[in-house]
Write a protein that binds this ligand. Structure first.
Ligand code: ADP
Length: 241
């Protein structure tokens, strides 16, 4: 795909987004910056962006094959992804299969409790307000999306959960929870942003070990060695267990 990078339009905490010479297409650069705790902990970890981009591209392609509309077109190189330009919704759509992280800190769930059916939690994407949790009424009152869009977002989020859980399960990994972002182009809703070790909580099925950003948050081990291994495990051939 012959797409050339032009001006920087968004510099987020871990990715940069560039306009291109092609209408309706952007380039997302997966940088090596890693942050946690609302930006309170920050580092640069060589190759992190490459591992996350590889896993994201693999998941987007898999989801597309299974009927989910995503912004993904192709990778230009290990850090640069060509995507469809979306009008992003300021929503962090979180799907939880097992209680862990903020849901355990903020509510009386015990860590490790199975959440069946999975919980969908939607946060308002606003760093200055620390991404507060929304409910349907607030989302509609703020006109962040229409009620038809909200319904669609929830349906697609659960479908993504079903598809990713099955794929990861086959690699001996439990999908504990994940965060995704959606946007629209015209009237069509697409899954945007990334799906990576930075945005999922993954536990090894056998050992219970963390295989995601919790390794960085809580200094549980060599973050890049684990990201490298997980990226290979996710994108590689299905292992016999
Ligand atoms: P953050 O600081 O919000 O964590 P990132 O470092 O992940 O952000 O930067 C990525 C930014 O690009 C986010 O603001 C995200 O909403 C936006 N984005 C992701 N995919 C697209 C897309 N297809 N079109 C437009 N913007 C996008």
């Amino acid at each position: 795909m012959d797409v050339k990078c032009k001006d920087l339009i968004i510099k987020g905490k871990a990715k940069s987004v560039y306009n291109t010479d092609t209408k309706g297409k952007l380039i997302v650069e997966f940088r090596d910056d890693i942050t946690a705790f609302d930006g309170g902990k920050k580092d640069v970890l060589t190759n992190k962006g490459g591992y996350n981009a590889k896993v994201s591209a693999f998941f987007f392609a898999y989801l597309e094959q299974n009927g989910v509309k995503t912004h993904f077109f192709t990778m230009l190189d290990p850090h640069h992804m060509v995507v469809r330009k979306l009008e992003m919704f300021p929503l962090e759509v979180i799907v939880r299969n097992i209680a862990a992280g903020s849901i355990v800190r903020n509510y009386p769930f015990e860590e490790g409790t199975l959440l069946d059916p999975p919980l969908i939690v939607i946060d308002y994407k606003d760093d200055a307000r620390h991404d507060p949790m929304l409910n349907d009424e607030i989302i509609l009152a703020l006109k962040l999306v229409t009620s038809a869009e909200l319904k669609k977002i929830k349906t697609v989020a659960l479908e993504v959960n079903r598809l990713l859980s099955a794929l990861l399960e086959a690699q001996g990994i439990t999908l504990v929870d994940f965060k995704i972002e959606f946007g629209r182009q015209g009237k069509t809703i697409y899954l945007g942003d990334e799906i990576s070790m930075d945005s999922m909580r993954l536990w090894d099925k056998k050992t219970g070990e963390s295989l995601d950003k919790d390794v960085y948050r809580f200094e549980k081990g060599d973050v890049m060695a684990i990201y490298n291994k997980v990226a290979q495990r996710i994108t590689g051939p299905v292992k016999k267990q």
